[in-house]
Design a protein around this ligand. Structure first.
Ligand code: KIV
Length: 255
């Protein structure tokens, strides 16, 4: 049965939510057949698949291209498109246009927006317009030029800010909240403070669910983040398969 934003939200307190990134048809099929509840077409497509150094160079056109490829596989999992760098701070009519593109052209069912309390008013207006929104607080990769990739929630001041951000996004009407690289001792306080599922990445176990970049999980990323425990080494296996075939091509008599 197709996961909806409502059924996903209702999982809070019932069972952990399983989320993975997907960027094209093969990865969407792998993640969905593997049992993911939610497929995030993350802007991590930039550094994971497109050879970019980070997510800053990712555009709406790239996101729509990849989201549509995922949607064509018609997964039961909920498809969420990731709003690229800084677009949440455009005028509301432009923002509504981006969100509309995700749902109409990309075939997503929801949009993810990075940012804390400052983006909450825009999220409230999008939700009012019928666009389901997933929030994203904690470490914000799109802002790494401003803040670096630093772990969050290590000081009392930062904990107060994080909690305020999470509550603002939940009160704006988001149906779920990604919480990235927050200290695991503080994570349960965020989960307890909001009535929507918290989906952690590098934030320990005190979340309502987990998300990972599929390529990190499968061993396709050269240097995955330290919190990832890959479940496979597909890069190694694929290189070995290509080498076997290349050998057969070069020595046809031995086939
Ligand atoms: O873009 C992405 O893949 C993400 C996840 C890391 C949550 O935002």
């Amino acid at each position: 049965m197709k996961t909806t934003t409502r059924s996903l939200r209702a999982l809070k307190g019932v069972r952990p939510v399983v989320c993975l990134t997907a960027y094209d048809a093969p990865t969407a099929r792998i993640a969905a057949e593997g049992g993911a509840d939610l497929l995030l077409v993350g802007d991590s497509v930039g550094n994971t698949v497109l050879g970019l150094p980070d997510t800053v160079g990712v555009t709406m056109d790239m996101m729509i291209h990849h989201t549509a490829a995922v949607a064509r596989t018609k997964p039961d999992a909920l498809i969420v498109g990731d709003l690229p760098f800084a677009l949440a701070h455009d005028s509301f009519s432009k923002l509504l246009g981006y969100a509309r593109r995700f749902l109409q052209e990309g075939g997503a069912q929801a949009v993810k927006i990075e940012g804390g309390a400052t983006v909450a008013p825009a999220i409230a207006k999008l939700v009012d317009a019928g666009i389901p929104i997933m929030g994203h607080v904690g470490l914000l990769p799109q802002r790494f030029h401003a803040t670096g990739y630093r772990r969050r929630g290590l000081t009392p001041q930062d904990q107060v800010k994080l909690l305020a951000d999470a509550v603002a996004i939940a009160e704006a009407g988001a149906f779920a909240l990604v919480v990235e690289c927050v200290d695991e001792t503080f994570m349960p306080a965020i989960t307890a403070a909001v009535r929507i599922p918290t989906i952690g990445i590098g934030s320990g176990r005190g979340c309502d669910g987990q998300i990972l970049v599929l390529h990190d999980l499968l061993g396709l990323t050269p240097e995955p983040p330290s919190f990832v425990r890959p479940e496979a080494n597909l890069h190694r296996d694929a290189v070995a398969a290509v080498r076997r075939w290349a050998k057969k091509v070069r020595n046809p008599s031995r086939r």
